[in-house]
Structures are given as C-alpha cells and as structure tokens.
Design a protein. Structure first.
Length: 256
C-alpha cells in the first residue's frame, strides 16, 4: 500500500511529530544525543526550529523549511539516532513507528497555537507543573537549546511570510494567558459550571452536542467567552480532539 503523500506547506512552516516503537528517549543521554543531532542537521539542511519537545517515546518540532528539505532532514535525523540507539541497547530492530508525520501551518494563529501545544506537552503528561521546568523543551526557562532559532530571526521570517505583525498585541495576549493560567483552579471550576449549564439548557450531554456540527461552534464559543480559556485548554478539559477543534472553529475565534 502506497504511503500518503505529504502535504506541502505554502508558508514553509510545519508541525512535525514522530513516535518511537518504545520509550526510546527515557534516558537523559538519549535526549541529549538527539538534541546534538538536531543542532547538526538543522544547519546542514537549512531548517529553522521554532519550538520543540522531546518526550520519553516521541518528539514534536515546529519548523520553517522554505527549501522543502523536510523529508531528507527527517530521514537523516531519525536514521542517525536509530543507529545510535540500537548500538547502545544492543538491538537491530525498528526504532521509529514511521518516518514522521507533518502538518502544514497555514496561518499565524496556528503558528502560535502549535508552539503552545508543543511546549505544554510535559505539563499535560503531568511530568511538570510549569512548561518552564521541563529541560527538553523550547519552553524551558533555565536551559538554552542551541538548535532553537533566535527570536529576532523568527520574527523576521514571520513578517516575511505573513506581512507586518503587531507584536505588542501578541505579547498582551500572552500576558493575559499567563495571568489566566495563574488562576487555573478558578478556570477549571468555571468550565465545568458552563458545561453543566449548557447540558441543562439543551437537555443533552456536552459530548452529544459536540458531535453535531450545528452545535459545535455554539458550545465552544460559549465556553471560551465565559472562561477565557484557549481553544487548546478547552479541548484538554473536555477531552476533545485539538486538531478537530482547530479545523471546526478557526473562523469563529479571534486571530493572534
């Protein structure tokens, strides 16, 4: 059976995910070796890495690849790591389930939501309470990752791709989010109150309502307006597919 053809990004930005056949990054040494190779091959193949996280059995990258070198970059990166991993554990088997999965980042809103999604992986997995405390992520506050592109460079690329951007608005949105996250317990309580009220009004479960497109936007918009949670946070609290939410309600939510 032929593999599905990779969708090319018109912006050059991609969200990449690759999963191991087991817990291949369990040891710190494995994560650090992978980081070393990320730094080496991103330069060789002219890839800019915007955000990243290395978990115990998979990794996420947000990259900029204007020259369409993504397939070669990923093949070489995974191959070199797989050889090293098998040498260390004394095996000859498959290390990654697939070469990689990628999704084009088509707009600025998805760009920032992707970065947030990646950096909050360790928090969602209950490894750390704050994204800044996980050392193998671009969200880490105390460990500088050499392979992450510098902020000035990223901003110049964003303006080249998306046009003039008002970064003051983006910073304000981030400050508001940080303030809301500091009130996380209140927000969690609020979302369940809103959920309960919606269910009483429609006399149906929230899961049932979200399964129908005509109610989907109404329910998500109401939760967002009443709690000020991000779409990603809502998806996690209500156990909804984050990417489904992005595709369903992109037009109804404010852009960054």
């Amino acid at each position: 059976m032929a593999s599905k053809k990779r969708e090319k990004s018109e912006t050059g930005f991609y969200h990449i995910m690759c999963k191991g056949v087991e817990y291949i990054f369990n040891e710190h040494s494995m994560k650090e070796y992978f980081e070393e190779k990320l730094n080496k091959f991103k330069s060789k193949y002219e890839i800019e890495i915007i955000s990243s996280v290395i978990m115990s059995n998979h990794y996420h990258l947000e990259i900029y690849d204007p020259e369409d070198n993504i397939t070669t970059f990923m093949r070489v990166l995974n191959s070199v790591f797989a050889k090293y991993y098998n040498k260390i554990v004394g095996d000859f088997g498959k290390v990654f389930k697939t070469l990689f999965k990628s999704k084009p980042i088509k707009d600025l809103s998805y760009f920032y939501n992707c970065k947030e999604y990646i950096e909050y992986n360790p928090v969602d997995a209950k490894i750390v309470e704050n994204k800044e405390d996980y050392p193998y992520s671009s969200g880490c506050s105390y460990r500088k990752l050499k392979y992450i592109s510098k902020k000035d460079l990223v901003e110049s690329i964003l303006e080249k791709v998306f046009g003039k951007i008002d970064y003051s608005i983006i910073r304000k949105v981030r400050i508001i989010k940080e303030e809301l996250l500091r009130s996380k317990e209140v927000l969690i309580e609020d979302i369940y109150k809103v959920k309960s009220n919606i269910e009483k009004r429609y006399k149906r479960s929230i899961e049932d309502l979200l399964s129908e497109k005509e109610y989907y936007n109404l329910v998500i918009d109401e939760i967002k307006s009443r709690t000020y949670l991000s779409r990603y946070e809502i998806s996690k609290k209500l156990n909804i597919s984050y990417h489904k939410m992005l595709s369903e309600i992109e037009k109804t939510l404010p852009k960054y």
